[in-house]
Design a binder for this molecule. Sequence first.
Ligand code: SAM
Ligand code: ZN
Length: 469
Amino acid sequence: MVFNFNFIFMFMKNEAENKKLLKSEKKERKMKNESKKLKEETEKTRNKTQENKDRNIIQEGSVKISVDESVFYNPFMEINRDVSSLAVGALGSVEGLGQLNACDGMAASGIRGLRYLIENDNIDSVTFVDGDEQACNLIKKNIEENLLLNLEGSKKTEVVCDDINHHLYRGGKRYNFVELDPFGSPVPFIRAALLNLRGSKIGILSVTATDTAVLCGAHSKACVINYGAKPMHNSICHEVGLRILIADIVRTAAPMHLGITPLFSISKRHYMKVILLVNKSAKKAYESMSNLGFVSMCQGCMNIETYEKPHIPTKCNTCGENLDWAGPLWLGPIFDETILKKMKLLNQEREYRNKKEIESLLKIMIEESKMPAFYYDLHAIADHFSIPTPSFKPIMNELKKKGFLVSRTHFDPTAIKTNAGTKEIREIIDKIDEDRREKKGNKDKNRQKREDDNEKETGSKKEQNKVIN
Ligand SMILES: C[S@@+](CC[C@H](N)C(=O)[O-])C[C@H]1O[C@@H](n2cnc3c(N)ncnc32)[C@H](O)[C@@H]1O
Ligand SMILES: [Zn+2]
């Protein structure tokens, strides 16, 4: 499947015009709230990091490390490292992969690679790479302390102070697992990682992106430049962004005859993470490319449609309003159910601080792994149509009763995934609201009747008393 990128720019122009007309104040307010939240979280992270600097010792999972004020460590990424380490453990079930020889590409304190190595049996070695000398010295110190404590030096480690691209291209070492955890966008490092993984028939690429403002469409042009795709800046922007990231990796991998299969994906706070199976096969590369496409969302009825070919209509089929659109993006599955289930079991065995949160996160992910792409944010729908905010359970039950697939989604706590459209969802919301009003009406009527009866009773008692007196 080949995409004409002029097409993107042509639509960008139309889309910019549409946007001017259709941007409502509500959306602006929501976005402002989101960026306020992000600022608050960054501030919290800064404070927490300051606390850690003062304390200097961090315990995460089975690893204890020293942190140094000159080397990056973000305590709010602990759950990212938790689920990543669980995913590494679950990779033991991937046929043909075998034991892992990993590269922790941007290692900083070494916490991530150390956790992978110490918490999982299916990993033989980790090479820690960081371009910063102070980081490399700290990693060496942390390896010494942890391996002495936990493994008596039985697993292999190496620390390389180098630019990650240089190391992966020219370092002379081949890996079957590459971790990329940069500041911001991972795009500049994807090609080198894939070329290195190409040395194995089958390998794993694990990537974190923290340039979510770009992937979520707050800087639409930057997304076109960096990821070769038009994003969306609306209620489904997180899933759109994650799928744009996967699509970019798929397009980089295909000319190297590498096929990409997502095993695990997460979008949380300010980051997106994907763990991908990389197969050396022209056939698989073509299959991966065939999973790229586009998505549209109606500005009027909020209906979502996906397209395998770049033929997006400009008006909605249901209500005739203008459509916003995004892509090219990945339309295939973003989870592997077997991996998720294995991760869930491993989480039950481990004593992570975030154990409970991970349990419910994985439960939702297992449900959503069977669902179509994208979701409907019920709060956004209520806002858009100025209707009361609906509650989840009755809507999900009604959709199920009508034979639709439905689940919650980890992307958004106020959203549902379903194969129903907004028309069906609106009908259910309206019906529930109608029933609620009717019930309330009946209740009011009953109350009124009781009050009238009481009044009548006291009235007749007074009359009786008058007669007696
Ligand atoms: C976000 S931090 C990594 C955090 C770490 N993986 C963790 O989980 O705590 C990014 C690290 O990448 C390093 N870095 C940035 N650009 C690099 C490059 N081109 N090559 C190697 N290391 C790089 C920085 O020195 C920094 O330590
Ligand atoms: Zn519509």
